[in-house]
Design a protein around this ligand. Sequence first.
Ligand SMILES: [Fe+2]
Length: 382
Amino acid sequence: MSAQPIPTATPSRLVSAALADGEVVVTFAAGVTARFTPFWLRDHCHLPASLNPDTLQRQVDTFSIPTGIAPARLAVAEEGRVLRATWAHDESAAEWPADFLFEVAASSGRERAPARTLWDREAMQGRFPTLAFSDVMASDSALRDWLSLVETFGFALAVGAPATTEATAAIARRVGYIRETIFGGFWDFSADLAFKDTAYTPVAIGPHTDGTYSIDSPGYQMFHCLQHDGTGGENTLVDGFKVADVIRRTDPAAYRMLTTVKVPAHYLGDGVHLRAEHEIIALDRDGEMRQVAYNNYDRAPFLLPAAEMKEFYRALALWDGLVNDPAYEVAFKLTPGTVLLFDNWRTLHGRRAYTGFRRLCGAYLNKEDFDSRRRVLHSALR
Ligand SMILES: [Fe+2]
């Protein structure tokens, strides 16, 4: 172990490492202790023969590691930045960066749900998370901030955009790949019933998420109204996680139904038959909200035992009543120059009826591509 003093400003520096009860116990400068089995450590060795330094892919043959593997020696090196070991069975060396061990110990290697601000109409106070289109296009830190706003609130606006499909597609591509679906890639439409979907008519559309019939529902959706010569047509948004949280606190039985019953949905027509199942409120392994999926128009027939079916309908009515309650809704008229990006796994959207000619363009983006961009920007601009 190094005799150098450990800088307290670097909490991930190692202070000590020792074998105890068959496990490697390490203590970090932050004062925290973590335990790793020797087998896990061998599987995650960072020497180039074990972890490809270019691709960061595992090169260890996990299944040839002796089950009783144990270190003969352990050493904290490089002023606490590295843990080294020599394995007892073959005297081979192993090495791990302290940062790696610290991070994986802190998170168990799992990504946690991001910090979110749940909102209703009163909390939002008509002030919407907004950045300038030109900043988001020109600056990676502004793009990072825009994505962070979407993560925090479930939506964000970019103002001052050229009212063109090209500019809208360009900001979509700043975020991720434009997703191809049955509706095409980048879309640009008016009320012409081009597809068998109410989005292509001027009638009001209640709050819903898109792609409940898709196994991987679109993660994000972008709207840009390029032209509207008429009245109405305000877009509405509802924070589905806020409504879910209200039900969690006030009606645990309904919450249990909404978080456990997988509701099938389908899209039929245009030579397509899509089908998928989602809980209305899907939770992650920590019990945190991961995705809401709700479109009552597209729900497919399914049957539960009578008592459960009754309880499901009660829970569904509670959910539908709340997402349609104006207290949980924000509404704004999208005008040319304002691009809306929202999280389709969290934020329900709807639209009031309208008159006149209205032209809207936009795109779907995949959840994983948005998340990838966010991670890359956060680590590059750290
Ligand atoms: Fe929609």
